[in-house]
Design a protein around this ligand. Structure first.
Ligand SMILES: Nc1ncnc2c1ncn2[C@@H]1O[C@H](COP(=O)(O)OP(=O)(O)OP(=O)(O)O)[C@@H](O)[C@H]1O
Length: 308
């Protein structure tokens, strides 16, 4: 059976006296884009640096395709591409020179280096800047070069620490597109403190807070983390609010203006109350235009999980 791409087992790390992360466990065995979400100082970079073998953990294990990163760093790193939070760019080299250097660092065989650089420049949309010094590129293009050095050896697993940090909105969109593009060939884990980033690109979410994992699951599970307790209904010929309140299962009614009402219901399942509302509306001619369950905003989920 094929080994999982990544296994993080009971991982803890202490800088001098304080624990930065404690008892982190997770496993990636399916292809996709994984988001490591957490506020500043939550422990994302510490976790990523250990996964990529640039920091040695105090306790626990990291296995990349079954290879222990601490015991066999060279073999494990062949499968990994890493863009640290501060991209390791050499500002006085041209894009092409720097990527050639990256192929040597990543043990690409000498005869394949030129092609690997050409291919990765095309892929990352930087071929037209091959002769330009990295210091003269915009932030977005420097980030593309950072991603290019991470994938030049065609790793199966790519780790990107805050890849859109400090970029302007257009550059953010371009880098997200690039991440989606490279994820066709490899599994990507990226860290971010921005919720919308997770929503925009990730299939799975891991959330760390104060050094511990507080959530892991699909984006949909994350989205549904707080069970809804209200729905919004639009009635073109609404009754008195009292009549809505009197419906079985309704706890409270808020008037939202126009023909919209927020209905708070009791219990975990809004479906029976919504069905009831649809039937009564039809019987009494309230002329229902829309009814929809209200999901918690991602920010509310983030706040709830951060509290935990
Ligand atoms: N070299 C270090 N020495 C001491 N403490 C550190 C060091 N690096 C990080 N820390 C501490 O470890 C904790 C986790 O930091 P880490 O950088 O992993 O978090 P993060 O989630 O990546 O945050 P950010 O998004 O701000 O980079 C923080 O409390 C941080 O202050």
């Amino acid at each position: 059976m094929e080994k999982p791409i990544l296994q993080v087992i009971n991982l803890s790390h202490r800088y001098s006296v304080q624990w930065a992360i404690q008892g982190i466990n997770f496993e990636i065995s399916k292809h996709g884009i994984y988001g490591l979400l957490g506020s500043n100082g939550a422990g994302k970079s510490t976790t990523m640096n250990i996964i990529c073998g640039v920091l040695k953990q105090t306790q626990g294990d990291v296995l990349i395709k079954g290879i222990d990163v601490r015991e066999n760093p060279v073999s494990a790193k062949r499968c990994i591409g890493f863009l640290p939070q501060k991209p390791p760019l050499h500002m006085d080299l041209s894009v092409q020179e720097y990527l050639m250097h990256a192929t040597r660092m990543r043990h690409v065989p000498p005869t394949e280096r030129k092609n690997a650089v050409r291919e990765v420049m095309e892929r990352c949309g930087i071929a037209h800047f091959e002769k330009r010094l990295i210091r003269n590129l915009s932030g977005g293009y420097q980030q593309r070069v950072g991603i290019a050095q991470a994938i030049v050896h065609k790793p199966e697993f790519v780790v990107l620490d805050e890849p859109t940090n400090g970029l302007d909105p257009n550059q953010i969109l371009e880098i997200r597109r690039l991440i989606q593009e490279i994820s066709k060939d490899c599994t990507v884990i990226l860290s971010t403190h921005i919720l919308s980033e997770v929503q925009a690109v990730c299939d799975y979410v891991y959330m760390v807070e104060q050094g511990t994992m507080v959530f892991s699951g699909t984006l949909e599970q994350f989205d549904n983390y707080i069970i809804p307790d209200s729905f919004v209904v639009s009635l073109a010929s609404p009754p008195l609010t009292e009549d809505l309140r009197a419906i079985q299962g309704v706890n409270d009614v808020e008037e939202l203006g126009g023909m919209n009402y927020r209905i708070h219901f009791a219990g975990n399942d809004g479906n029976p109350v919504m069905e009831h509302m649809v039937n009564i509306s039809r019987q009494r001619g309230w002329n229902m235009k829309e009814i929809r369950l209200e999901k918690s905003s991602l920010d509310a989920i983030f706040a709830e999980l951060s509290k935990k």
